[in-house]
Design a protein around this ligand. Structure first.
Ligand SMILES: *[C@@H]1O[C@H](CO)[C@@H](O)[C@H](O)[C@H]1NC(C)=O
Ligand SMILES: *[C@@H]1O[C@H](CO)[C@@H](O)[C@H](O)[C@H]1NC(C)=O
Ligand SMILES: *[C@@H]1O[C@H](CO)[C@@H](O)[C@H](O)[C@H]1NC(C)=O
Ligand SMILES: *[C@@H]1O[C@H](CO)[C@@H](O)[C@H](O)[C@H]1NC(C)=O
Length: 342
């Protein structure tokens, strides 16, 4: 028998007893009401943005947003991952981003730079796997998982990540489901970082060289799209592709059109445009990215080593023909254009 059992506590047998229960109930309600009022006074109750398009998840959160300017409210989130607890960082606001790019435009390198920041997590080319982009529902499911911080990748950070995203190539479903993806970004406050390459001829050479290595596997039988040493870079750069001159201009035109279209298609989304060459030449570009993602500005670093560092004429087997094809066209400037100030 505990001391609190009805039998032992005589005072509860008093005539007042029937009054006690309603009184306690009333008092509790009052305390509760005051308490709730307090919460909504010093921190606005935030409904976790608009529910993701794919599901109808609606997570209620009580985190202080008093330091967040009203115009940014649509871009901050307080995800509640299912696979772990954000712990004391549950109320660290998270901003969602996506890097929209094209293959061989420096996005792998760019991601390693971003991931060297303690508060940024960029989770790679998730949609390079065809099964993840077969239809819209699987795409939305994948995005929901990523933006709920439940995606498992080597870029996964600690619980205090403040900017979370992925890179996504335009030809991996973005162009195909453009309208629906635009709506998803709008509904979920996803910011877009466009990353393109100015010199599309160099991009083409890199695409061909990378395609070649996919077959030839020049580094001890392993295909590598990115390398971490000068030696490896030199081996990969030894291969000089031969460019089909008949399709050269149509190819460049297609790339140009795709870039212009995507900028137009997503112009209503909060975005910034970056060019690979500008990041190489000017580290202020990386400062701009961090400001865009609203994370503390830091020096960012990458271990990636550039593969093609030689002058263009030494990178292509039929340089003379390429020169002739582009000479006098609007693409002539690609011929004598350096990535670097060396
Ligand atoms: C960045 O991460 C650090 C370390 O986890 C954390 O202490 C800090 O609060 C985070 N900053 C922001 C702005 O999220
Ligand atoms: C979408 O793709 C996934 C994975 O391939 C599949 O399981 C699902 O049935 C598909 N849904 C529709 C509506 O086609
Ligand atoms: C732009 O949008 C149109 C219409 O939705 C679509 O057909 C096209 O593929 C999109 N292109 C890109 C690069 O997003
Ligand atoms: C480019 O074309 C001009 C004439 O249009 C010619 O004089 C020049 O030699 C050409 N250059 C090359 C590298 O083919």
């Amino acid at each position: 028998m505990t001391a609190y059992s009805g039998k032992n506590s005589k005072w509860l047998q008093l005539p007042l007893r029937p009054l006690l229960v309603p009184f306690i109930t009333l008092f509790s309600l009052l305390v509760c009401y005051t308490c709730m009022n307090q919460i909504s006074l010093d921190s606005k109750t935030v409904t976790n943005s608009i529910p993701p398009v794919g599901t109808n998840r609606l997570i209620e959160n009580v985190c202080s947003t008093s330091a967040i300017p009203p115009e940014e409210m649509g871009y901050i989130h307080f995800p509640q991952p299912q696979t772990y607890d954000r712990g004391e960082c549950a109320c660290t606001p998270v901003r969602y981003f996506v890097i929209l790019s094209m293959q061989r435009s420096g996005s792998g390198w760019f991601e390693t730079l971003l991931n060297s920041h303690p508060n940024i997590s960029s989770n790679g080319e998730i949609f390079s796997v065809p099964q993840r982009r077969g239809n819209l529902s699987i795409i939305f499911n994948t995005l929901d998982t990523v933006y709920n911080l439940d995606w498992f990748s080597s870029a996964a950070k600690n619980e205090c990540t403040a900017a979370y995203g992925l890179k996504w190539m335009l030809n991996q479903g973005v162009s195909r489901y453009q309208k629906e993806i635009l709506s998803y970004f709008q509904a979920n406050g996803v910011s877009v970082i466009f990353l393109f390459r100015r010199n599309l001829l160099r991009r083409l050479i890199s695409v061909l060289a990378n395609d070649y290595d996919r077959q030839a596997k020049q580094l001890n039988g392993i295909h590598k799209a990115h390398v971490h040493s000068k030696e490896e870079a030199e081996i990969l750069a030894k291969f000089k592709p031969k460019l089909r001159t008949s399709s050269l201009i149509p190819n460049l035109q297609f790339m140009e059109r795709t870039i212009a279209e995507s900028l137009h298609n997503f112009s209503t989304i909060r975005h910034m445009v970056l060019y690979y060459e500008d990041i190489i030449n000017n580290h202020k570009e990386l400062k701009k990215v961090q400001e865009f993602l609203k994370v503390p500005v830091r020096e960012l670093a990458s271990r990636h080593v550039k593969i093609h560092t030689r002058p263009l004429p030494q990178q292509v087997e039929n340089w003379g023909e390429v020169q002739e094809t582009l000479n006098g066209t609007e693409y002539a400037h690609f011929l004598n254009y350096n990535d670097y100030h060396s």
